[in-house]
Each structure stands twice: as structure tokens, then as C-alpha cells.
Design a protein around this ligand. Sequence first.
Ligand code: GDP
Ligand code: MN
Length: 381
Amino acid sequence: MKLMEFQAKSLFSRYGIPVPGGTMVESVEGALEAAEKIGLPVVVKAQVMTGGRGKAGGVKLASTRDEVRTHASAILGMDIKGYEVKRLLVDPAVKIARELYVGITMDRGRGCPVLMVSGEGGVDIEEVARKTPEKISIVPVDPVMGLQMYQARRAAFEVFAEKKKAMSAAKVMLQLWSCFADCDCSLAEINPLAELADGRIEALDAKIVLDDNALFRHPDLAEMRIPQPDELKELRAKEKGLSYVGLDGNIGCMVNGAGLAMATMDLVKHLGGKPANFLDIGGSSNPQKVIDAMELLLSDPGVEVIFINVFGGITRCDDVASGLVEAVQKTRLDLPLVVRLTGTNEDEGRRILADAGIEATTEMRRGAELALQRASGGGSA
Ligand code: GDP
Ligand code: MN
């Protein structure tokens, strides 16, 4: 789960990381009040769960009341990469001398957390990473020992020549580590960490991604969740006992069992197709679950074909087939459907499907090939 900037900044401040100390508001009036309280000039910032807000016009400096009003009304309601702006952060504006990058994330390749530091911070760290990776120092961190003082200092001296500044940057890195480790983050990032005109350093942006699997240890953080449209779907699925993860392909997959669901996605991908989702309907063959799953798939406008892959073990194929027939009728399915059904009571299951005019294959590969064929523009399997 991701936090928004204003939430991430409040978490940072718990760990002593210097942040501007702004106010989150949800209206133009609120922005004006906040600016009044903070004192002009202020920075008006779109609060959405995506980066690149600056480039999209979602971060504006306001030196007068009128500018606060103009910027706040322009940014509220703005669409940034598909996210509607409903909240603003009004921060006191600061004079920036230099923008740096400091982040901590899990490095799968190295199998440990890493501290990343660069003197080339600001809006385009991905570009720096691609074109001039040597400008980013990477420091592997022992997960048991944690980030050590000497590591933080060494990294800080790579971006600050002056001792005093380097020491305060090293302190921020250690505080960021405490935050990352305590809160079970998978990413804690400051971009930019700004060196201000008066020599202080301050975190002007904040990004935190929390590990969902550790959220049970942090009920206070779990409460901060602001569900996003795509997440809402996953949460609703969860309430219905389905595990669903939306993807951007066109082949809607419905599978029993997480392992088979993964294998189904792999196979679709391997054949040159694009899965629209991961969906595990679990072991039960309860028709309602199949209906719920079907509705979930149909709510994704990108889905062009439905591929159902069932291996009947404890789940019996005849039960699944009955559920499926009911689901197809209830949802008035008008998309092409491909069913692969095999395992316990498969003959009976296929007979039930055939009676309803639904053909089924027993071969997973054959099923995936058919699904690709029936999705428009889905390759030539
Ligand atoms: P992002 O584009 O989504 O990463 O949003 P950021 O919060 O990083 O803001 C983008 C840029 O706005 C920063 O890199 C800064 O250059 C600038 N910015 C943010 N806060 C301030 C501020 O208080 N004063 C000034 N002058 N610029 C700021
Ligand atoms: Mn940023």
C-alpha cells in the first residue's frame, strides 16, 4: 500500500526527518486558510499516488492570496496520469540551492535493502538511473545490522563536500532507515532532499510504499489507506473471497488455485498474449463465487475474452460446470469464452457445459491458444 505525500511526510517527521510542515486541504477555501496560517509564499501540491506531479503542473508556487486561489482551483480536479486530484498539500515555500535524491528500497538482485543516494535529485531520477547510473551510489544494507553510521557518512560525503552538511544528510539517511525498517516499507524515498539557500536540508517530497503482508503489525498505518480506484476492485474481490490483481492485458483469466493461476498467466504470456488479471477463485465451486468472479472480469473494459482454467481436485468439475452455466446466464455473457476443464468428474462437467452450448477442452495449452485466437488482435496461435 502506498501513502500520499502528506501522509509520508507526517511519518517522516515522527522519525525526525526535517519536512516543511504544511497542511493537507480538500478545497480552495481550505488552501487559502492554510496559506494564511503558514504565511506566504507557499507551494500548492497535488496529492495523488503517482510521481511526476511537478511536470504535470500539479506543483505550483504561490506568492499571493490570488495565486493560492488560482493554483488551488486549477490543481483540484486535475487528472494526473489517470488519478483525479482531490487533496492538496500546502507547504511553506523554501529557497532551494540544490536537489538531491535519497531512497531506500528492497533490492531483489542483491537480496537485501539498499540505500541509494545521488547528487542529481529532483524530478527525473529514473532518467539519471537509465543514462548515468554511475551518478547514483548504491549501498547494500545488512537487514539485521541495519544501516551503519559509517555507511551513511560515506554516502553523504559523496554528495556534500562540506562536513556540516554531510553530517546532517547522514543523519537523515539513518532516520530514513529507521522509518523503512520500523514500518516494514518496501520503499522510502526523498526526492528531492533539498539543500536550502540557508544551508539546512529538508525533505521536500516523500514517497512511502508499505509491505501489505506486514500491515497487521501496523494498525495505525493500515488505517491511513486511501483506496484508489484500482485497489477498490481488489478489496471488493477480497471481501467476496477471491484474490484478484488487475493487469493491463485483454485475456480475462479465472482459475482455481493460486499456483495454477500463476501458471495460466505465464502460459498466456509465453504464447504472446496478455493476461488482463490474476484471479484465483479458490477451491470452492460455489456458483455465486463463479458469478462474482465473472462480474469482476466483465467490469474490466480491457477484457476481450474469458479464459477459465479449472483443475478439479477436491473441487468437482460438475459443480464448477453448473456454477459456470449459471454465471454465464446471469451475467448475460457476450464475450468469447474458453473453458479448460479437467480432473474429478470431468466427463460429467463437460456434459453439463455441452448441454448449455459451452465447449470445453482438457488441455491447458489448447485453452490458452484458443483464448489468444479469440481475443481481437491477440496474436495468431
Ligand atoms: P513530483 O514531481 O511528483 O516528484 O513532486 P515534487 O514534490 O518532487 O515537486 C517537484 C519539484 O517542485 C521539486 O523537485 C522542486 O523543484 C519543486 N518544489 C517543491 N517544493 C518546493 C518549494 O518549497 N520551493 C521551491 N522553490 N520549489 C519546490
Ligand atoms: Mn519528487
